[in-house]
Design a protein around this ligand. Structure first.
Ligand SMILES: *Cc1c(COP(=O)(O)O)cnc(C)c1O
Length: 339
């Protein structure tokens, strides 16, 4: 089965061998505070800095999911409340979690502006220009960005936000259960001012531990090992970005031109807002259901719709681990729907 699901998504083919090697070599059985394991953690963190070209003074912690990052932002970086200019299901979910921890109080300016850069549910993305506008409009706020389905797929202007996070089961091409949390010196200073130490994953604890390439709890060692391996293999982000954007342009042209006579069209009409990494396609409920079933029979797994668009869309991941050949296979299959 070739999967185009936007998370969990196709893992790099090499992951199977790396996982076997991690077990055979015994690295997954090592104590997470052993020098051997700390070397793996250090190497993964260095790999992230190098391949994603992060600002040298930005810090990295590894946690278990993006959902955990939503809670860390609410617990450790939000004094009163956060502002959530959301455009889809993931942004809304983040707001719901945040508000359970820090209920809204309309009186103050927000401490944190929480932006989902790539809204996986409907295939839209927030431009770097829009992020820059949040910086301007909220100069005192921490800008926190959920980049779960775009980090490691496209380039970002990192200094435009103080916090960036992503779980690895999307553009990193790895199995779920690990997330990368990137934070600026400004975010760390805010965490120190707030002083939250009430949680096992309080940012201050994470920071103290990761400064020594350790974790407050036993981490997903296999996940960290696989992240280190994948980072050794992938090209620098500028190269990945060029490939992702070329493929995205091809997907959008394919639906606008080649698929013009089909029952399917792009969910997002405004080309400016379209995601580079998740293509959302809409049609009638019956047509969407039929194409997903037929695709599955042909060995092609389309992503289901999500949230409000559950039954009237399918989604195609445009992630780096998916090959050009696999994309061509799916395009040939979809062409069968042109009348
Ligand atoms: C997948 C996804 C999440 C959730 O990630 P988890 O690792 O399951 O917590 C959050 N935000 C966006 C935009 C996503 O695509």
């Amino acid at each position: 089965m070739t999967t185009f699901y936007p998370g969990p998504s196709k893992v790099y083919p090499q992951v199977a061998d790396w996982a076997a090697e991690a077990c055979r070599s015994g690295i997954v059985s090592m104590n997470h505070r052993s020098p051997e394991f700390m070397t793996v953690t250090e190497s993964a963190i260095r790999g992230l800095h190098e391949k994603l070209v992060l600002p040298a003074d930005y810090h990295i912690a590894l946690v278990s999911s993006a959902t955990e990052c939503w809670e860390i932002v609410a617990q450790s970086l939000t004094e009163q409340h956060s502002f959530h200019p959301y455009r889809g299901a993931f942004g809304q979910k983040w707001m719901d979690y945040a508000q359970r921890i820090k209920p809204v109080s309309d009186a103050q300016r927000p401490d944190v502006v929480c932006v989902v850069q790539n809204e996986t549910s409907n295939g839209t993305q927030v431009s770097m220009a829009a992020l820059a506008q949040y910086r301007q409009d909220y100069p005192d706020a921490i800008i926190a960005v959920d980049a779960v389905s775009s980090m490691a797929g496209i380039t970002f202007n990192w200094p435009l936000a103080d916090v960036w996070f992503a779980s690895v089961q999307k553009c990193f091409g790895l199995p779920a259960g690990l997330a990368v949390l990137i934070y600026s010196p400004r975010a760390l200073a805010r965490a120190e001012a707030i002083g939250d130490r009430n949680h096992y994953n309080s940012l201050l604890f994470l920071h103290e531990n990761f400064s020594k390439f350790q974790t407050p709890y036993t981490p997903n060692g296999l996940g960290i090992y696989l992240l280190d391996q994948v980072l050794k293999q992938v090209p620098p982000i500028a190269e990945v970005d060029a490939v992702t954007k070329r493929r995205a342009a091809n997907w959008y042209a394919f639906f606008e031109q080649d698929m013009a006579g089909s029952p399917f069209s792009l969910l997002i009409a405004d080309a400016e807002q379209r995601s580079d990494t998740v293509i959302a396609v809409t049609g009638s409920e019956a047509d969407i259901k039929a194409v997903k079933t037929a695709a599955k029979q042909a060995g092609l797994l389309l992503g289901n719709g999500y949230g409000d668009w559950k039954n009237t869309t399918f989604r195609i991941a445009n992630f780096p681990a998916i090959s050009e050949e696999e994309m061509d296979l799916l395009k040939r299959f979809l062409m069968g729907y042109v009348r």
